[in-house]
Design a protein around this ligand. Sequence first.
Ligand code: SF4
Length: 297
Amino acid sequence: MQTTKVLLATDLGFCSGVRRAVLETERSLAHHSIVASTDALLHNVREMSRLRSLGLRSLETLSREQLAETTVVLPAHGSTSEERAILARSVPRVVDLTCPIVNAARQRVEELVGAGLPVLIVGDGDHRETRYLMEGAGDSLVGVVGSVDDMEHLLRLPSRTGLVCQTTQTRENRDSILGWLAVHHVDVVETSTLCPEVLRRQSSIAGLAAACSAVLVLGDASSANTRRSVLVASRHCSRAFLVSDAASVRSLGLVRGDTIGIASGTSCPDYAIRDALDVLRESLGRLMVSKEPQPRD
Ligand code: SF4
């Protein structure tokens, strides 16, 4: 009988920022009577419902009396000053779980503004982290671009600008925008703010996909870094799938003899990886599971 090979990406499961947010939320739930989050604490429906089952509430559902004894946990992706100020007036305790890497990007924005430079931000305009960076830029914001296609639509383009990327952008996106700016003779001041953990995952997934006949990227469609990982995988393997529910693996047309790569977004819990492996074993029989070799920088 043919054996199915499974190659696991070098980095799987939560990134350090999300892991910290989950652990601190569990700690708060153990110590305080009412704990709530502002919106999705992390982009994973299953993990959010696990935290809800432990008692995590949605802030919007609480009464004025409940707010008076509520601890609010702020997500890893950053929160604007306005949001923090409103919370400080309404609840007794706010636990700031902003990832240090996101805070470093915000600090970079403020340094550029402090140096008198306009700031161009590369990111998803409606993402919480991008709004946090935009707030730091204030009136110095040149604009927010998602990709090089947006560059032509900027209302103004100074001859010299600072550039800051949302931490989960791809290296390719950053490089193509830097290339566009160079062609248009814009002097750019930039220090990379891309998250090293995400970069490592992106490098890993490209190599993984090239070595596999199918790739499963575990995580939610609501997670931007998960969607980007699928995009990177699909450049190297024609069968790249986003898997948010392990049961859906059965309908992907995987067969014995496939070499299946498994990667994950940064908000994907470890149990989702175990579940996907269980479903693969049930449908394809014995698996030969190994870890993908460490990618070289
Ligand atoms: S992806 Fe990187 S920057 Fe974002 S929360 Fe995780 S460790 Fe922090």
